[in-house]
Design a binder for this molecule. Structure first.
Ligand code: SAM
Ligand code: DTB
Ligand code: SF4
Length: 366
């Protein structure tokens, strides 16, 4: 496994755009079928009311957004949504819960049932439920989960500007727990939160140094939601998205790069360049978790136009078998951190603050 350096990633990111795209497209063709793009559907099985303070997130209870808090979805509701997603070409269903971490309680037992239900529909089942222990990850694996999504979101340095209720090391520990349970790892981040390019590249460096690397790397453009601290962020340009997808593709050649949040403001031409640069998956459906997404039929038209076909389920790994559970809880609890730095005091949310940070970094780098 090649160990990339920050300097190499900087060279790639800042190289002439068409050369970068050409290079990424060549790497993509060596490891993936460029005519296939996986369609994955997101389903928010437990929405809103989250105790965390992720500055980008409309589901954090402390921000005043229009998101309504909902209880866990029933097996029936999830099965209906999964069948619909499958009929529209999705081979993966990703179930999201607005939790800080998984708890050993009836709600988790219910999620185990949801995972089994979707596995039986012969779809790849993914979940994103916050931090979790190795035992909890093992329970999900035994229920037939295929992948666990847990994003690093940005660099370790910039993370402190975005979240105060947990640390970067908690994220890495969860990824390690997921790996120990033999689940596939889905981990990526968000661009457009006021970070500098090096923050994006440092995040990619951390992901590319995981051994094994994540099988799936979502790249999200921030959806700036009214009521969150990042509501006034300037949207990232499509060129930044293309560069980010391309660099991700080159540094983690066998991973699936997911063109994730932010597609409502991207043209078909822009998305086509992302696919050329190595994006191998999209999230489809009228909604992501809580925010809008392009119309699914328009996405299918885009596939026709570009000559793309949806990837079949289990193209990369076998379908996990549902196993008998041994014990629901092993009595152990993980100790997650609570760094508690003041998110309100962050300079990141003002343009002046971002300019100051850019200057500080430039001075540091001489
Ligand atoms: N609570 C769990 C957690 O934080 O891991 C799972 C759900 S959380 C909503 C999943 C991911 O959605 C986050 O890690 C973040 O990358 C992404 N996300 C949340 N809000 C977003 C936004 N406004 N724009 C782009 N991505 C966002
Ligand atoms: C990921 O990286 N992006 C998805 C999925 N993994 C869980 C979530 C995007 C959420 C966008 C904001 C919302 O719709 O609430
Ligand atoms: Fe949103 Fe997840 Fe953060 Fe909760 S932990 S505020 S759901 S991103």
């Amino acid at each position: 496994m090649k160990n990339w350096t920050l300097a190499e990633l900087q060279d790639l990111y800042h190289s002439p755009l068409l050369e970068l795209v050409f290079k990424a497209a060549s790497v993509h063709r060596e490891h993936h079928n460029p005519r296939e793009v996986q369609i994955s559907t997101l389903l928010s099985i437990k929405t809103g009311g989250c105790p965390e303070d992720c500055a980008y997130c409309p589901q954090a209870a402390r921000y005043h957004t229009d998101v309504e808090k909902n209880d866990l979805m029933t097996v029936n509701q999830v099965e209906t949504a999964a069948k619909r997603a499958k009929a529209l070409g999705s081979s993966r269903l990703c179930m999201g819960a607005a939790w800080r971490n998984v708890k050993d309680n009836e709600e988790f037992d219910h999620v185990i049932e949801l995972v089994k239900t979707v596995n039986k529909l012969d779809m790849e089942v993914c979940a994103t439920l916050g931090m979790l222990s190795e035992h909890q990850a093992k329970r999900l694996a035994d229920a037939g989960l295929y992948a666990y999504n847990h994003n690093l979101d940005t660099s370790e340095e910039y993370y402190k500007e975005i979240i105060s209720t947990r640390g970067y090391e908690d994220r890495l520990k969860t990824l390690d727990n997921v790996r120990k349970a033999d689940l596939t790892v889905c981990s990526g981040g968000i661009i457009g939160m006021g970070e500098v390019v090096d923050d994006r590249l440092k995040m990619l460096l951390t992901l590319s140094n995981l051994d094994p690397r994540p099988e799936s790397v979502p790249i999200n453009a921030l959806v700036a939601v009214d009521g969150t601290p990042l509501e006034d962020q300037t949207p990232v340009s499509i060129w930044e998205m293309i560069r980010m997808v391309a660099v991700t593709r080159i540094v983690m050649p066998t991973s699936v790069v997911r063109l994730s949040a932010g597609r409502t403001s991207m043209s078909i031409e822009g998305q086509a360049l992302c696919f050329l640069a190595g994006a191998g998956s999209i999230f489809a459906g009228d909604k992501l978790l809580t925010t809008p997404n392009p119309d699914v039929f328009q996405d299918l038209e885009m596939f026709d136009l570009l000559g793309l076909t949806p990837t079949e389920p289990f193209a990369k790994h076998e379908q996990p078998q549902i196993k008998e559970e041994e014990v629901a809880s092993n009595g152990e609890t993980e100790r997650w951190s609570r760094p508690g730095h003041k998110i309100e005091a962050n300079i990141a949310y003002t343009r002046k603050g971002q300019e100051q940070r850019r200057q500080q970094l430039e001075e540091k780098e001489g």
